[in-house]
Design a protein around this ligand. Sequence first.
Ligand SMILES: Nc1nc2c(ncn2[C@@H]2O[C@H](COP(=O)(O)OP(=O)(O)OP(=O)(O)O)[C@@H](O)[C@H]2O)c(=O)[nH]1
Length: 396
Amino acid sequence: MHLRQALRRTHTRIALTAVAVASVLLLAAGLTALRANTQDNLELMARSLVYNVEPALVFGDKLDAAESLARMVRDEGVAEATVWDARGNVFAQWMAPNWLPCNCGHQLARVLGLKVAAQEVRASGVVIGRVELSSNGQRMLAFLLWGGLALMVCMAASVVVGHIVSRRIHRSIVKPLQELGRVARAVHRERAMGQRVPLADIDELRELGEHFNALLDELEARQLHLQQENLVLEHKAYHDGLTGVFNRVYFELRLMVALRQAAQTHGRLALLFLDLNHFKAVNDNHGHAMGDLLLKAVAQRTQRQVRDADLVARLGGDEFVVLLLEPHSREAVQQVARKIQEAVQAPLVADGGVVLQPSVSIGMALFPEDGQTMEALMAAADGAMYAAKQHFRAGA
Ligand SMILES: Nc1nc2c(ncn2[C@@H]2O[C@H](COP(=O)(O)OP(=O)(O)OP(=O)(O)O)[C@@H](O)[C@H]2O)c(=O)[nH]1
């Protein structure tokens, strides 16, 4: 069952019970008071009748007694009024016309214990007759009917009010709870950390919403921190710390994938191996920092000579490698190698006016003709670079 239905049901039950209990108690109290008042009235009227019918009894004037009866009790809620003579015979009588299909008022009066009001008629201290009055109970019946009607109206009003109250409560309690659920679901399923719950009007729920939002703030900050850390770690894992180009791990991964794809599509690949000449002398003569500067310059200069899709990596020390994807021909690769060599070997002016004259040996290998596995291709490029270095040494 939904909370809204439960609230509506509970409110309606409480309201109906309260109205019913209050109405029954009020009706009971009202009837008791009315019964006492009716009994008093009957007694009072019986006493008045005694004085009015006494002359008629003394003179035996039944007509006058009947007129007195009718005149006095007609509109006073009396069911039956009887005057008895001293011998116990009916001297005069008046009976109220009954408009109702049943004798409900009279029966109600009996149920409520309303007694017949009786008074003796005396003349000169001698009992000459008796007067008896019984109530028709119609005032009490009317009270009961109007009270019942009012009870119905109150109950209908309670149902309406219960409905309105439950809707208000639903809006102020259930809606905020639904919002909490919606945001929690979005965070859980879609990792939507940017979502926040709107704050409710009810203090306790607003406090809950504030705590929830604070928790989301913290989670979002942690997630951001983790993402940044992951990026840094990923960068560290695949990049060379000094030069910023890719490292050996990443190069080997990419070469493996490129070889597989090239084998499937009958494509071509080219590998250039670079090794600086006499790099040790730079370190020795100008210091390690100058050596680092040269390594960074070599990385940048090489990177500038290739396309974005190609890959430059530092294998370690003064060794670099370039992976060229889909080269047109061996001549095209040789041309790229020449461009790289020219760029790297341009003079490098360091701070303090020191001018370095870098030199590099480059070896190349092509897939598939020079090697079909990663190891074979790298060995071929390394061999070619070694041959170029030997050539350089022989010339130097
Ligand atoms: N500044 C600097 N030097 C490094 C770094 N890593 C390696 N080296 C040095 O680079 C040099 C590389 O050695 P080699 O390649 O044998 O020296 P080379 O003088 O270039 O010898 P050839 O290649 O035969 O011409 C070594 O002296 C290493 O100490 C680095 O990160 N920074």
